[in-house]
Design a binder for this molecule. Structure first.
Ligand code: ADP
Length: 404
């Protein structure tokens, strides 16, 4: 089944075209990125498998034009991978926020669209863009079924004592204020993949998944279900991230707003876009650039990474306590998969509970691997994530199920 996976941002469209043979066997036919939608000059980068990549600079006024460009590239005579649009059997969309409306993926209809629209309030940077993406796709491929896959769905199994905040209860009832988490697709995928590789029964296990990238979150997965997660009402909560401050004393918010005389929107931008690694180091939001700055003796870059490392240690520690133990710790995403030093520094703090680290395996290249010693009480793994594959799988299952 040929499935187009779409991840729409406010000014970008990321896409992958996958030919799904079954859940685990698939061909990546093409992938690409449309950037700078709405700006005077946009960029399309298209990478068809086995063919030369394409890069075009042109004005892309809106998502509808962006989607049309993507489809045109997919069927282009030289660089395309399809003979016609009709070959696309379904489209799967990544949606950041589904709140408590969605505990799983769904086929798009008007009821689903109205619920995604309600969730715009909790994900103002993401959900409006997702809606634009779905509407644009409906316009250019009106007869193709569309599926939505939510970053929040996996976390819907959290018990109330983990998702409720200590605020007046009425704000949960009136305004849906509670923890929703994010990166759920990735946490679910790597927990399942790592358990399978490690020979652990997912349904009878205590796993901590660390998705450490530009945005980072950690999840406690007990018996295959989310018990707790570090992001909150929005993805701002939890550890320090590339440009997000993570959890801070809430009183800092009104304090800084008064001192700097700034609006709620400005404060939101400050916490989401100007903080984190970038804000503390003054150098960059990118971990690799912090490492380069540290090598040159930059103390604030060092501090930013130290805050991050200790946030990761503290969250893992709290989840071990919450689950009364852990069988498997999994590292994934840009930093989790590619930064052995971070993994070593984190794992060295869990020696007290019998975690024996395999320094050699940790430093060696390779995607999916065990980095704890064979006699370690806790297994530690590095596993590559693939959110697009989960979206394609869910899309395939829902569309095939609907046809039966
Ligand atoms: P996003 O949350 O935007 O998907 P990623 O998961 O790609 O982000 O993670 C981005 C972070 O991962 C950056 O801090 C970057 O420095 C780090 N990273 C990505 N690839 C590598 C790599 N090959 N080596 C070291 N660090 C990497």
């Amino acid at each position: 089944m040929i499935i187009l996976v779409i991840n729409c941002g406010s000014s970008s469209i990321k896409y992958q075209l996958l030919d799904m043979k079954n859940d685990d066997v698939f061909d990546l036919m093409a992938k690409g990125l449309v950037e700078k939608i709405g700006l005077p000059s946009g960029i399309l980068t298209h990478k068809p498998t086995g063919k030369d990549p394409v890069r075009k600079e042109l004005a892309i006024p809106d998502h509808k034009v962006g989607m049309q460009l993507v489809l045109d590239e997919l069927v282009a005579p030289e660089t395309g991978v399809l003979s016609s649009f009709d070959d696309i059997e379904a489209v799967g969309h990544r949606i950041v926020q589904g709140a408590d409306f969605f505990s799983g993926s769904a086929i798009v209809d008007e009821d689903v669209m109205s619920k995604i629209a309600i969730c715009c309030d909790f994900a103002p940077l993401h959900n409006p863009a997702h809606i634009l993406g779905i509407r644009a796709m409906q316009h250019v491929l009106p007869t193709v079924p569309q599926v939505v896959v939510f970053d929040t769905a996996f976390h819907q199994t959290m018990p109330a004592y983990n998702y409720m905040y200590g605020l007046p209860y009425k704000y949960y009832e009136q305004y849906h204020v509670r923890k929703y988490g994010a990166h759920g697709t990735s946490h679910q995928f790597v927990a399942g993949k790592a358990a399978k590789l490690a020979g652990i029964d997912l349904q009878n296990s205590k796993i901590i998944t660390c998705h450490l990238g530009n945005g980072s979150s950690i999840t406690a997965v007990q018996n295959g279900k989310c018990l707790d997660t570090s992001m909150g009402f929005t993805p701002l909560a939890g550890m320090i991230m590339g440009t997000r401050c993570g959890s801070i004393d809430p009183n800092i918010v009104p304090y800084l707003m008064k001192k700097e005389n700034i609006s709620p929107d400005d404060m939101t931008t400050l916490m989401n876009r100007k903080s984190g690694f970038l804000g503390v180091s003054g150098v960059s939001s990118d971990c690799r650039e912090l490492d380069a700055a540290i090598a040159e003796g930059n103390e604030r870059a060092k501090l930013a990474l130290k805050i991050f490392t200790h946030d990761v240690i503290k969250i893992i520690g709290s989840y071990i306590a919450e689950m009364d133990g852990v069988d498997l710790i999994v590292f994934t995403a840009g930093i989790g998969e590619n930064n052995p030093r971070l993994r070593r520094r984190v794992c060295e703090n869990f020696g007290y509970m019998g975690l024996k680290f395999d320094y050699e395996a940790n430093a060696a290249p390779g995607d999916d691997k065990v980095i704890s010693a064979p006699d370690s009480k806790v297994k530690v793994m590095v596993v590559s994530t693939n959110e697009e594959l989960v979206i394609a799988r869910d899309t395939m299952h829902l569309v095939l199920g609907n046809q039966e």
